[in-house]
Design a protein around this ligand. Structure first.
Ligand SMILES: CSC[C@@H](O)[C@@H](O)C(=O)COP(=O)(O)O
Ligand SMILES: [Zn+2]
Length: 204
């Protein structure tokens, strides 16, 4: 097993995510970068709230393969895409919260616009509630390779920041390390809940 210094923090983040109820059943997957060519990602099909460091597999970013016969996350292709596109990405968290699942369906456009919330400042680089933060939404697909291609094409036009939603599926977010990815996840989840409640209360 690798001695990635972020792996303990990632395992703790997985337990926290489980306690929050953001990875029900076996939903969600989590990873950390391991140098320029690899990442460590959760094994497919496990309960992400009770993972140990032995449940993470070393995967090559280019091929998405894990040596040794164990099966990395079904959504490995989305994690490896982010690590390949952005050298500054050090950790990726994918969750299945009720709020991200519902909001990504209620919002029919290609993105959720967050504006007017102090908590936007939980996202690195954001300094005021007056700015707009757009979290893109991509239609869900079971074809992860095709989905990764669509996301990559979109990222060429508009670079990805903080995270994206998969419609009716969940949130994938990231940071330069586990601590930042965790802050982005908590901030976005808070903002999604605010946005859903605002829409409910303002609906005629
Ligand atoms: C109820 S799990 C749904 C899965 O297909 C997937 O979306 C997911 O997040 C977990 O897949 P995994 O292969 O365990 O990483
Ligand atoms: Zn998922």
């Amino acid at each position: 097993m690798s001695e990635n210094r972020q792996l303990g923090a990632l395992t703790a983040a997985c337990h926290w995510i489980g306690q929050k109820g953001w990875s029900p059943a076996t939903g969600g997957n989590m990873s950390v970068r391991e140098g320029e060519e690899y990442c460590l990602i959760s094994e497919s099909g496990k309960d992400k709230g009770t993972l140990t460091e032995q449940d993470f597999l070393l995967v090559e970013l280019e091929s998405g393969r894990a040596p040794g016969g164990r099966r990395p996350s079904a959504e490995t292709g989305l994690h490896t895409l982010l690590y390949r596109l952005y050298p500054q990405v050090g950790a990726v968290l994918h969750t299945h919260s009720v709020n991200s699942t519902v909001l990504s369906r209620v919002e029919r456009s290609g993105g959720v616009v967050l504006e007017g919330y102090e908590m936007q400042k939980s996202l690195s680089g954001q300094t005021t509630h007056l700015d707009q933060v757009v979290i893109p939404i991509f239609d869900n697909s079971q074809d992860i390779a095709a989905l990764a291609q669509k996301i990559a094409a979109s990222a060429e036009k508009t670079p990805l920041q903080y995270g994206f939603l998969l419609r009716g599926h969940g949130l994938t977010c990231w940071g330069k390390d586990v601590a930042e990815a965790r802050r982005h996840l908590e901030g976005l989840e808070f903002l999604f809940q605010c946005e859903l409640q605002r829409r409910l209360l303002e609906a005629k």
